[in-house]
Design a protein around this ligand. Structure first.
Ligand code: IPD
Ligand code: CA
Ligand code: CA
Length: 267
């Protein structure tokens, strides 16, 4: 059983409340696929609505904390030492296409340190939570990163840049190197869930570039608390600033980092 702080209870309640709206809206998106207008505007509204619910719940539970949100941006709080980092819907493209692989991501920063993370998939009802020093949990069951040590046995997740996103050439070079060494590469479409899956030992390693802080803040806490390692693409600690991230267990995180270095020398 997970023992968690009152702050985590507030995070869980906020995520579950927003999830009820997303579940309903996802059902509607499945209907809208066949309409000429398509679901795009509807999805934007669903996204904003979910963020509003989370914002209101967290503000009620912890008055004064600041916010960094994908839709609403920065909201300064009276309490300068705490900040929530929120992506109300990570995996929008999946949501829009009726693919049931998306998540709500909420992290808490204290004095600039990530101290709590929650990633929730409302469709599979999988709640991943972690707090600094307390371990990581999936629906109250303790989770750990995978024990696999060989690249040839590993499943590696990534994000593929798309139209309007930078560095297609660089990604192609990275993939060219990585795919020759691993058992499988996956692109699931939610960075927050990719990291949660690393924490749960489903994926062995993960890398992506050009992410935003809300895509990865909660997932970083999950991976670390599950015994894994996280760095930026150069092995440093600038993930939230640089947007680049590598994650995995000690062995595969290191081996993937070496492969990416090799790829960057070729680029
Ligand atoms: C996206 C997802 C995706 C990643 C993109 C993100 P969004 O977030 O995390 O997996 O590859 O770079 O922008 O737009 O669905 O919230
Ligand atoms: Ca996102
Ligand atoms: Ca989003």
């Amino acid at each position: 059983m997970s023992r968690h702080t009152p702050s985590m209870s507030i995070m869980v309640a906020a995520a579950r409340k927003a999830a009820r709206g997303l579940q309903r809206d996802f059902g509607e998106v499945e209907n809208l696929q066949v309409s000429l207008k398509g679901p795009a505007n509807f999805v934007t509204a669903a996204d904003k609505k979910a963020e509003k619910v989370i914002f209101e719940e967290l503000s009620k539970g912890r008055p004064g904390y600041g916010f960094l949100m994908e839709e609403g941006g920065v909201v300064e709080g009276a309490d300068k030492s705490h900040r929530w980092i929120i992506d109300p819907l990570d995996g929008t493209t999946n949501f829009l296409h009726g693919i049931p692989m998306f998540s709500i991501s909420i992290a808490l920063e204290r004095e600039g340190q990530l101290v709590a993370g929650l990633v929730y998939n409302p469709i599979s009802d999988e709640m991943f939570i972690a707090e600094k020093g307390q371990g990581a949990f999936l629906n109250d069951r303790r989770i750990r990163v995978a024990a696999r040590r060989e690249l040839a046995q590993s499943v590696v997740a990534t994000g593929i840049p798309h139209i309007g996103r930078p560095d297609h050439a660089r990604f192609n070079t990275e993939l060219g190197v990585v795919m020759n060494e691993v058992a499988g590469v996956r692109r699931m479409g939610s960075a927050a869930l990719d990291l949660a899956y690393i924490a749960a030992g489903r994926f062995d390693a993960y890398w992506e570039a050009a992410l935003s802080p809300w895509d990865m803040a909660a997932g970083i806490v999950l991976v670390r608390e599950a015994g894994g390692f996280v760095s930026d693409l150069k092995g440093g600690d600038t993930m939230l600033k640089s947007g680049g991230i590598i994650a995995g267990n000690d062995a595969l995180y290191r081996k993937l980092g070496d492969l990416l270095k090799k790829a960057h020398k070729q680029a």
